[in-house]
Design a protein around this ligand. Structure first.
Ligand code: CDP
Ligand code: MG
Length: 140
């Protein structure tokens, strides 16, 4: 399997509870490497653009509200098969369905406040990284 990059976000519910380091510990224990990271606050326009694939879904407005409710941590992770691997480390969207040891099982509040985002395909990872990082901010 090839070395890949994926794009996580530590979502507002987690920094609000001082869980950034705890989530990063799970990431690093999985073998994935954090090669870029910055704490920011998104505008509503940034949140709506990032999640535009969900525009027609009933939760779109609430998702934009949530993602702009506090600081978030944008990341790039690198590793073998990083995209699928981080989806596994993250766990199912609904924390009640997430497997033991996953970030969402450990930390997520609900299927809305899911503690972390992870890219779901190589095309999504490329788009999400390009939207959020300059190339010189990623140091592999
Ligand atoms: O984040 P993931 O890829 O697992 O799930 P998604 O279906 O792509 O949904 C994106 C995000 O929308 C979730 O992580 C939740 O924050 C939010 N969401 C929600 O608020 N209510 C739902 N029923 C489903 C998702
Ligand atoms: Mg998704």
């Amino acid at each position: 399997m090839a070395t890949e990059r994926t794009f996580p976000i530590i979502k507002p519910d987690a920094p609000a509870r001082n869980l950034t380091g705890a989530i990063n510990a799970v990431i690093e224990k999985s073998g994935l490497r954090i090669v870029a990271q910055k704490r920011v606050r998104w505008t509503r326009a940034q949140a709506e653009k990032f999640y535009e694939e969900h525009k027609a879904r009933p939760f779109y407005g609430e998702l934009a509200d949530f993602m702009t409710s506090g600081p978030i941590v944008l990341q790039v992770l690198e590793g073998e098969g990083a995209i699928a691997k981080y989806r596994e480390v993250m766990g199912a969207t609904d924390p009640k369905e997430a497997k033991d040891g996953t970030i969402r099982k450990l930390f997520a509040v609900s299927k809305a406040e899911t503690s972390t985002h992870g890219s779901d395909s190589p095309a999504a990872a490329d788009r999400e990284i390009a939207l959020n990082f300059r190339l010189d901010e990623i140091v592999g």
